[in-house]
Structure formats: C-alpha cells, structure tokens
Write a protein that binds this ligand. Structure first.
Ligand code: DC
Length: 224
C-alpha cells in the first residue's frame, strides 16, 4: 500500500455500514466504494443470463463479460453494469435473495477482490463490505466492524425498501437478513469475521452523527 489511507468497514447486513461510509467519505473527501453493490451487480447479470452456478466455465466466461463502474455523484452509489445504470435494480428482492449464494463463489470473489484492490491502490478510500479488513485490505489503517440488534436492523431496511416495495413485510425483511447473516458468516470463502485489529462499533443506540464522530476520531491520527 502507498501513502493513501484506506478505511475498511465490515459488518452484518443493514448495520448502517454504507451510511457511515458515505458520511466519512464526504467529510474527509475520500472516495466511497460499496463492495456489496459489486456482488449485487454480478448477481443481477447471473440472474438475467441464467448462469449455472455450478458451472465453473460458464461463471468465468460471464465474469469476463461483466464490466462494472462506479460513478460518484453526491456520494451516492451509482453503479453501472456494462454501461447500464443498475443502482435501483440491485436493491430489489430477486437480487437480495440470490446475492449471498453468488458472493460465496470462489471465482466471483477472486475477480471482485482484484478489482477492489486496484481501486484502493493509490487513492484515499472508504470501502464497506464483509471481507475488506480481512482479505481485501488487511493493512488498512482503520478497520471498523459494525454490528446492531437484528430487529433494529430489519426495521431500518424495511423503512428503506417499503416505499418502492409496498407489498413487503417486516417479517420477510427480517428472514432475509437472518438468512444472509447465516450465509455470510458460515460460508467457506472469506466468511464475515472481525479482523483481529478491527474496532467494534455497535450502533443499535447510536445516531449517524455519533457514529461519524466516533469513526473520525479513529481516522484523525492518520490525516496529515
Ligand atoms: O452489503 P450488501 O448487503 O449490499 O451485500 C450484498 C451481499 O454481498 C451480502 O450477502 C454479502 C455479500 N458481500 C460479500 O460477500 N463481500 C463483500 N465485501 C460485500 C458484500
């Protein structure tokens, strides 16, 4: 790693990782990269093209045909899949229900990690995900591991999803989160675990402003 600063944020689904990561990026003028959006976009491509997840050759060929790009406008995640903006579609249930399975595939992880490391080679970045402090940037200057009460997390995600998905229930969202937690922590490939040097941030009872102040306090020593 060069002189650039990397802030790695890992944790469970819907723990507020992206909210904190965006706020940090905005405050510090760092680049924000949502690694989960990359796995989601790959999942969308696999669903659309009916990729057989047991077929290594098909997966490799598909990965060659996938070109992801982030556009950072107003610190929101705008991600394009082969030049098509897919930021909204990757948040819908078909992708959410399949992304854990796709993110557990070795071939997919190898490719995504390579792209993520490239993005953090020379720039100051904040990246959130599940394996950022352990696998992608084991030498990140600041590592945060976020957790929160599961029901609080489900309610937060439900509030986010329900305006665009009027039929969705809190129970569905809760079950989807529980399922993803299980898959994320028990998969063989890069399971979600806290890096030994990551700072735990339980935000069940913290406001976004309190979390931001806490995180900035941890980054400050590294700013010139
Ligand atoms: O953060 P998210 O919910 O958008 O992530 C979507 C899925 O991608 C989630 O099931 C975990 C997986 N993921 C991963 O395996 N590694 C990452 N670095 C980021 C996300």
């Amino acid at each position: 790693m060069g002189n650039n600063i990397v802030i790695a944020i890992d944790g469970y689904s819907s723990c507020g990782k992206s909210t904190l990561a965006k706020a940090l990026a905005k405050n510090l003028h760092f680049i924000y990269i949502d690694s989960g959006a990359m796995y989601r976009a790959v999942t969308l491509y696999f669903l659309r093209n009916d990729i057989d997840l047991k077929d290594h050759e098909q997966i490799i060929a598909a990965l060659h045909n996938i070109h992801l790009n982030f556009h950072s406008r107003d610190y929101q995640t705008h991600i394009s899949l082969n030049d098509e903006e897919v930021s909204d579609e990757i948040r819908q249930m078909p992708v959410s229900e399949n992304v854990s399975t796709v993110a557990a595939l070795h071939d997919v992880r190898i490719e995504m990690v390579k792209q993520q490391q490239r993005m953090g080679r020379s720039k100051n970045i904040v990246m959130d995900g599940r394996d950022i402090g352990t696998i992608v940037f084991p030498h990140a200057q600041v590592k945060l591991f976020m957790t929160a009460d599961p029901l609080v997390r489900a309610k937060r995600r439900f509030m986010e999803l329900s305006p665009k998905n009027p039929d969705i229930t809190l129970e569905q969202v809760f079950d989807n989160l529980a399922h993803r937690d299980y898959q994320d922590t028990t998969r063989e490939e890069s399971p979600l675990i806290r890096a030994h040097d990551a700072i735990i941030l339980d935000n069940t009872n913290l406001t976004p402003a309190e979390q931001l102040a806490f995180a900035i306090g941890k980054v400050k020593p590294f700013l010139k």
